[in-house]
Design a protein. Structure first.
Lengths: 337, 337
DNA sequence: TCCTGGCACTCCGTGGTCCTCAGTGCTAAT
DNA sequence: ATTAGCACTGAGGACCACGGAGTGCCAGGA
């Protein structure tokens, strides 16, 4: 059905269209790529490709444009991830080193990725679930309130004020803190529920109410808010593109954190590059965009995702290379913390 | 020079242009507004207004459009802040109540403001400088590291890891923590430098190095990062507007936090509404936008600013009303925390 | 003195026509 | 199977005419 040459034609169509943003015709193709055949032959191949739905014509006497299906084939079989230039690698390193805390690492990463790809970059904060507890701090705030601060090994800090505990006794708080840390320091957050299960009976009855309240907030804060935090950069790069959908729809989608989280979350193969093209995205406003995403983490433990959103007409090999490289570097930086 | 009627004409021009986004002519003005004079008279007034630079013509046979100077006069003398409808007030309340922590208050506020004004909203986190210390926590992390967590009365939490302290002695940390809290709990952050000045001599010599290191990081974290944090929402609303400058430039400016901070910071009259129109903004990309900003705070203590960015052609009275109302509500919410 | 109706003028935007041109599909020849 | 040749198609640009909105100016009236 699709012989070697037809595939070469498809590849050429994708590459040219990405470069020029104009429908590409058989003559231009024969000129720019050494396909070794005449425009007429290319035309015949194009008819076949169009029948199979890989390319399409905006109107009768125009050149061809890849369809989502065409891009999909291109990404899967016709291209390879483009490694970064050494200049780009150096840029990454100088950009990411010197960040003092997690917030800054994330902020720099997202800006770096936006700059490298000239598109919109998304970085998700390291998931709490997969990291482990470094320390739990309980601070009596006066009145009936206690502030709980959970510090993870990825440098993330989660804080919550717990109210309505009845009388807060300072030594009771100290005891509870010590007990908590003994039970869960060093554990993966996923293991925390099991680890604290049998704590309440060990607390003297007069403070048990407080202990239960603190534990329930602790557990709640681990499950509830774990993967919510996301950062964007490079939205200005969208202004240069003309979308089939209105720019407004795209910007609106990007402001919905829940949408982005789902987008990143839908990776097929963890720890691999994932590419979702055009209508493969469930969200209306993102029907004419593609998303390239990857996991990052420490060792082979995935902590969260990063990704890039751009027009379906994007430089897939280059974008994939940038996303992969940045994901790796961030992992290294986090490991070094 | 500018009699009552000319001012009325200017007001009418601004209002109509904001509504229709089309140059407004003398006939349309005479029809829509009860000015009590004929189009010819209005034309004469328009000539005067144009000579004084308040309005201008895109081309010879077109209607008039307000200039920045025209908007300025309109805002200063010809309009009043428009109070919100009761429906809008109710929306604010239901939107802001139920937020559990500072992050959520800020996030909800910025989205609320974007929604009310249908423009881009900016909210600055409450300044550390003007709030006071609730508690300082020091947590030994093992090795030579200590984590410092400063909790303020506005619910903000500032954390820092301090490294390279030499041997970290647990009791020394406990002593230092107690001493620190005695010295600065309840104080305004601005007073902290004075309050800790005479602490080092009170620390036993063998732990003095650690104490000095902790103090210097504490002071540094108060001055350095105090007003950096800013949140945006509603950029999608920009897509509907056509700017003189390219949309890209505007989006780029909005991504530069430092620019936004300066913009908000340049309020003339603290605790009042500030409006900066078009070229009054120092930043290139924002020459065709206006910014309406206001302080918010608890009592008469200003903590930070909120603002709205939109085209110079914006509904000033409505926007000002929304900004003022939201600023007040946020203040109340923060006070209740 | 100020306002107004009338009038000639200007220029934008629209719609129609024509033409060019890139690109196609088809057919016949190699 | 490939290619050259050719007729056909539709988008887009140039050109033009025209209607309409809006102006500036002037002369007459309150």
């Amino acid at each position: 059905m699709l012989d070697e040459r037809k595939l070469a034609v498809l590849r050429a169509v994708v590459e040219d269209f990405v470069n020029t943003n104009e429908p590409v015709g058989s003559r231009a193709l024969a000129d720019r790529h050494r396909l070794g055949v005449s425009p007429a032959t290319i035309r015949n191949d194009m008819v076949a490709l169009e029948e199979d739905g890989y390319i399409t014509q905006p109107h009768t006497s125009a050149g061809r444009v890849p369809t989502d299906k065409g891009y999909r084939l291109f990404v899967d079989r016709l291209s390879s991830v483009k490694p970064l230039s050494t200049a780009e690698r150096r840029a990454i390193e100088s950009f990411l080193t010197g960040a003092v805390d997690l917030d800054e690492i994330v902020a720099r990463t997202v800006r770096l990725l936006a700059q490298l790809t000239r598109q919109v970059a998304i970085v998700q904060y390291p998931s709490l679930t997969r990291s482990s507890v470094q320390h739990v701090e309980l601070v009596p705030l006066g009145g009936q309130r206690v502030m709980m601060v959970v510090i993870t090994n990825t440098g993330r800090v989660e804080q919550r004020v717990i109210d309505g505990l009845g009388e807060v006794n300072e030594t009771a708080v100290n005891d509870l803190r010590a007990m908590l840390n003994r039970a869960i320091a060093g554990r993966h957050l996923g293991d925390v529920p099991d680890a604290v299960e049998d704590l309440p009976p060990q607390v003297p009855p007069e403070h048990r109410q407080m202990a239960v309240a603190v534990l329930s907030v602790l557990l709640e804060s681990l499950v509830e808010r774990h993967e919510e935090k996301i950062v964007l950069a490079g939205t200005a790069n969208l202004a240069a593109v003309d979308f089939a959908a209105s720019l407004r729809d795209v910007l609106e989608a990007l402001e919905e954190n829940m949408v982005l989280i789902r987008l990143l979350g839908e990776a097929k193969d963890p720890s691999m590059l994932t590419v979702r093209i055009g209508a493969e995205n469930f969200h209306e406003g993102l029907r004419s965009t593609s998303i390239v995403s990857a996991d990052y983490g420490v060792g082979n433990q995935s902590l969260a995702k990063i990704g890039v959103v751009g027009p379906t007409r994007m430089d897939y090999p280059g974008t994939m290379g940038a996303v992969r490289a940045v994901a790796r570097y961030v992992g290294q930086i986090l490991a070094g913390q």
